[in-house]
Design a protein around this ligand. Structure first.
Ligand code: CTP
Length: 406
């Protein structure tokens, strides 16, 4: 289900993550996560505590590609160094779902079963993804133990609010699978954008002419979302300003900034751009906004045709580009019905961009809503490339790579 809504990145082939599963009903979500990691060509191993094995079986994990899969409280009979295995082979270690018990053991440094000893033998920082009843999550002992783990350099992927298995409502739900997936990718990446702030625009804008009707376009925002996620996975701080699009909840590390109109997007970008290092403007902004109808709802009253006055919207990309300082770089998009390369070049020059990514749009053949994109890219130094049809995740990744050439 996830892959329909969120991009899957396939650039971590050969990387390995180890999962520690503990006793929570949320353990089944790791099965979905394993499927995604398989699509991303990431290897995974797993260790189940005895309680975790009451919720999911080692066989299910193996069937979804996890290898090795350890279970039980003792050392694996077939591998007497199983307590050292994740430390020797994995690039990151996720305890998911993490119960109050494993959090407490990790905070104290207890090693009384295979998973806790594997954690003791793990040298780097680990990721803990708590899932428990809200009362347990609020318990001062758990609060203290979480604090100890954070101070020791571990990452806590915070549980979400909602209704938990027992029917109670509060904070304690395992973070969504999308959140876990992107955290795994970020944990495996080179973090080449660490310390950088990136502003991304995405989606359409809605320009209302009465209370219920608006002018817009079919942009889905998928391209911008893929860029935002790629930047975040690579370590950036992300400001994702998007027009109306399918809900983007459950994402990691950054809060989407939702706007409706071009003016709203312009205001949001104006307040953020000065503190950013890079800007990537993929939104399909309406160039014009109809002058609002004085009535709450426009009445047709037998009118056969209508001319509607429109005001031009600010060109957000051109305006941000004009405010660009020497340390900032900026990429824009172009949707062109003809003369793709010439028109893209004109936009690159007129809007003073560093990079432009151009799509060819034809009747019934636009990149809107698709998971793939075929683009022509050029930069201010005259470098140009036509890429084959790629997933939007891959276009995003390559585009970010291109910034290092500027
Ligand atoms: N853009 C913007 N604000 C606008 C219009 C466009 O920020 N009011 C940005 C888009 O996000 C994109 C780039 O400008 O990065 C080009 O958008 P496009 O629609 O291809 O072209 P326009 O500049 O609107 O020009 P035209 O529609 O005449 O081709």
């Amino acid at each position: 289900m996830l892959q329909h809504h969120y991009p899957v990145f396939k650039i971590f082939r050969g990387k390995r993550v180890h999962f520690g599963l503990t006793g929570s009903v949320a353990a089944y979500k790791i099965l979905e996560l394993l499927r995604l990691l398989k699509k991303s060509h990431i290897d995974a191993g797993a260790t189940l505590t005895n309680s975790a094995a009451s919720f999911v079986t080692p066989l299910s994990l193996q069937a979804l590609g996890a290898d090795p899969v350890y279970s039980g409280s003792e050392y694996d009979q077939a591998d007497i160094f199983s307590h050292l295995s994740p430390g020797r082979t994995a690039h990151s270690f996720f305890v998911a779902p993490a119960t109050a018990n494993i959090i407490s053991k990790a905070a104290c440094g207890l090693g009384d079963d295979l998973l806790s000893t594997q954690l003791l033998a793990w040298k780097g920082a680990a990721y803990f993804c708590p899932a428990m009843n809200p009362a347990m999550w609020d318990n001062s002992a758990v609060v203290h133990n979480i604090d100890v783990l954070i101070k020791r350099g571990h990452t806590i992927i915070m549980p979400h609010e909602g209704s938990v298995a027992c029917g109670q409502t509060g904070t304690g739900r395992l973070a969504p699978v999308a959140d876990l997936y992107y955290h795994v990718l970020r944990s495996l990446g080179a973090n080449d954008l660490e310390g950088q702030k990136v502003l991304i625009t995405a989606g359409p804008t809605h320009e209302y002419y009465d209370l219920v009707r608006f002018l817009s376009n079919p942009s889905s925002g998928k391209m911008g979302l893929a860029i935002a996620l790629a930047c975040w996975i690579r370590g950036a701080q992300v400001y994702f300003v998007h027009g109306p699009m399918a809900p983007v909840s459950g994402l990691p590390g950054f809060e989407p900034i939702a706007v409706t109109t071009a003016m709203g997007m312009f205001d949001a970008c104006s307040s953020l751009w000065h503190k950013c290092d890079k800007g990537i403007f993929s939104a399909a902004v309406s160039d014009f906004a109809p002058v609002p109808c004085p009535d709450a709802k426009f009445k047709k009253h037998g009118i056969k045709s209508v001319c509607w006055e429109m005001n031009s919207n600010p060109d957000i990309l051109a305006e941000m580009s004009s405010r660009k300082t020497s340390h900032q770089t900026i990429a824009g998009f172009a949707a062109e019905a003809d003369h793709l390369e010439e028109n893209a070049h004109l936009k690159l020059r007129n809007k003073q961009l560093d990079i432009i990514v151009a799509n060819h749009v034809q009747p019934l053949q636009t990149p809107f809503g698709s998971n793939d994109n075929k683009v022509f890219v050029m930069d201010k130094h005259g470098r140009r490339e036509t890429w084959p049809k790629l997933s939007k995740a891959e276009v995003a990744w390559r585009l970010i790579d291109w910034f290092s050439l500027i």
